[in-house]
Design a protein around this ligand. Structure first.
Ligand code: ADP
Length: 281
């Protein structure tokens, strides 16, 4: 182990970070669906790491943004991908004309300065990347920067949030059991129809009738999940189609462009989805 807070000679100190860019200036609109705000606040009070589980486009990112605003904390978001290495999260030495300079990665910035760090779709990252978060998720609340020979003690306000889409998981791409068991989990799903229509109205500028129609279309597409579609239309897709339709595009064209074409490349599936959709309104 390294001495906590040590700063090895020959490398620049991490320096002050301007966190203002990571603060949410206005309240992000979030319509609560259940007790997720209370659960998150309780987890935050104890600094228990949180895992948001649910399909894509159902409100996880918006929820974290809302909670960061509510708690008055800056939010640093990282979209995980399969080439992501531990250095992309923790930081690396960079060669500059002045010599070798250490740059904190986004996770290290959040740990040092007390931000909420949101690792979106963490399962996309390789498992050896995921384990860098382990010492942060238990009583140690430490981030070892091996390259820098430094052990960073987390700021009192540091909080770790990850998202996870159980629908996509396969045996090769899943969170390790030892990672999963460190988190408080909050389940997300598409909101109930009346709520989802309210969200579509607000976010797409759609009227009540259009929003209700789009939500009915979503229900049809979600019935095809597992029958050729990996996932049905998300709330995000309904908002996209709603924006087009509210902006003057015909409903049929808006649904094609916002839902049917993005969701599948398969011509037969597109026909089946279009037929199912036209049967439902
Ligand atoms: P995810 O992170 O789950 O993929 P997002 O949070 O980006 O999804 O949600 C997609 C969009 O759906 C958001 O930008 C927002 O417009 C809308 N949305 C979904 N659920 C809600 C909700 N409960 N309250 C407000 N907006 C929501």
């Amino acid at each position: 182990a390294f001495p906590a807070g040590s700063s090895p000679a020959g490398s620049s100190s991490a320096g002050a970070l301007d966190l203002s860019a990571y603060r949410l200036a206005a309240e992000p609109y979030y319509r609560p669906v259940g007790d997720e705000i209370a659960v998150f606040e309780a987890a935050w009070r104890h600094r228990l790491p949180v895992m948001l589980k649910g399909p894509t486009g159902c409100g996880k990112t918006r929820f974290v943004e809302h909670m960061a605003w509510r708690l008055g904390r800056p939010l640093i978001t990282v979209a995980a991908h399969e080439d992501m290495t531990a250095a992309d999260l923790a930081g690396r030495f960079l060669l500059t004309p002045e010599g070798t300079v250490w740059h904190d990665g986004p996770l290290t910035q959040a740990v040092r300065h007390g931000a909420i760090c949101y690792l979106d779709e963490i399962v996309e990252a390789r498992q050896d990347t995921t384990v860098v978060i382990h010492p942060l998720t238990d009583a140690r609340r430490m981030l070892p920067l091996e390259k820098r020979n430094e052990l960073v003690a987390a700021h009192a306000d540091f909080h770790l949030v990850i998202s996870y889409n159980p629908g996509y998981q396969s045996a090769v791409k899943d969170l390790k059991e030892s990672t999963k068991q460190r988190f408080i989990a909050i389940d997300f799903d598409y909101p109930a129809p009346a709520l989802e229509a309210e969200i579509v109205m607000r976010e797409a500028g759609a009227d009540a009738a259009l929003a209700r129609t789009l939500v009915a279309i979503a229900a049809c597409s979600r019935n095809l999940r597992g029958h050729g579609l990996d996932e049905g239309a998300s709330t995000r897709m309904l908002i996209h189609a709603g924006r087009l339709a509210a902006g003057g595009v015909s409903l049929e064209a808006a649904v094609q462009a916002g839902i049917v074409l993005p969701i599948t490349d398969d011509a037969d599936m597109r026909r089946a989805l279009s037929a199912a959709i036209s049967a439902c309104f």
